[in-house]
Design a protein around this ligand. Structure first.
Ligand SMILES: [Fe+2]
Ligand SMILES: [Fe+2]
Length: 292
């Protein structure tokens, strides 16, 4: 089983608002790199794609149609976790935050895109997709996470905003001391209570650069932009990851321009707990925490 994991894409439709396209030209002019990305993904032949949020640069009908159409062209099943930009409605500034987000979620749902918290079981591995788009995880979502991680399977967590942890803060600070940690790290600590000893690896986007740290046996993979921005520099941009679930699970990082790849263990060598083998593939969609 091979899963392509994509960092932020910030796709913008050619039909989206002209003024805003100009303001966001670094993401509006990424079509060529997006083509490179899709060619590399095809070459890797994954059976599933997980974009880590910020699939689009802002939430409007043109961008949502464009973003979903671009991914559907690949004809590979994909499962999105929402990013803050996927829910951002610049045209609804006057509304309450919850109302604007609920409308954004509804717009995705109408296009057939599920943003709820859910998990997918693949033989000996459970993939958990968790909404952290706004930098917080609600209490009922944490309760759900406890249930979802109560399994003998290997557990991989996919969520947009990096976890709140001192080690993550240090890692981010080392790469870019200017990053505002209030914005680029989840707001509440939940590592010790809900992650430690329960989750083997965590995949996040949002930072727009690549970073890695191992926190007490949990591998924290922070993915860069998977497209290359136009005339703007984001460290390590233009890479995506392939999770290879096999006897020796691995993580390959692929450069979309050159096709060069580097390979690392999926989980730290210190983390080798036994995993029960369960037959077949089953998908379980769980409760929603955000008002729809
Ligand atoms: Fe982003
Ligand atoms: Fe983001």
């Amino acid at each position: 089983m091979r899963i392509a994991v994509l960092g932020d894409l910030h796709l913008i439709s050619p039909d989206a608002d002209v003024m805003r396209r100009r303001l966001r030209e670094h993401f509006a002019l990424t079509q060529a790199s997006f083509r490179q990305l899709t060619e590399r993904i095809r070459a890797e032949q994954p059976e599933m794609i997980i974009p880590l949020g910020d699939l689009v640069d802002w939430c409007c009908p043109a961008n949502l149609h464009y973003g979903t159409a671009m991914l559907r062209k690949l004809e590979i099943p994909w499962h999105l976790v929402p990013g803050n930009h996927d829910l951002s409605r610049p045209d609804f500034i006057g509304e309450g935050v919850n109302d604007a987000q609920a409308k954004a979620c509804e717009a995705w749902r109408i296009l057939g895109v599920d943003l709820s918290n859910r998990f997918i079981d693949l033989e000996d591995t459970r993939l958990i997709l968790l909404d952290s788009a706004l930098g917080t995880i609600e209490e009922d979502a944490l309760e759900w996470l406890d249930e979802a991680t109560n399994t003998d399977r290997r557990v991989l967590l996919f969520t947009h905003v990096p976890l709140h942890h001192e080690q993550i803060a240090k890692t981010i600070h080392r790469i870019d001391p200017r990053k505002n940690l209030q914005k680029y790290m989840q707001q509440q600590p939940c590592f010790q209570t809900h992650i430690q000893g329960r989750i083997d690896a965590v995949f996040t986007g949002h930072l727009h650069f690549a970073a890695y740290t191992d926190i007490d046996g949990t591998a924290c993979h922070m993915l860069p932009l998977s497209i290359t921005a136009h005339e703007a520099h984001y460290p390590d941009q233009g890479h995506f990851s392939i999770i290879e679930l096999s006897a020796e699970p691995a993580l390959h990082t692929v450069n979309i321009a050159t096709g060069c790849r580097t390979t690392h263990p999926l989980v730290p060598p210190t983390r080798r707990r036994p995993h029960a083998m369960a037959p077949g593939l089953s998908t379980s969609l769980k409760k929603t925490t955000r008002p729809r």
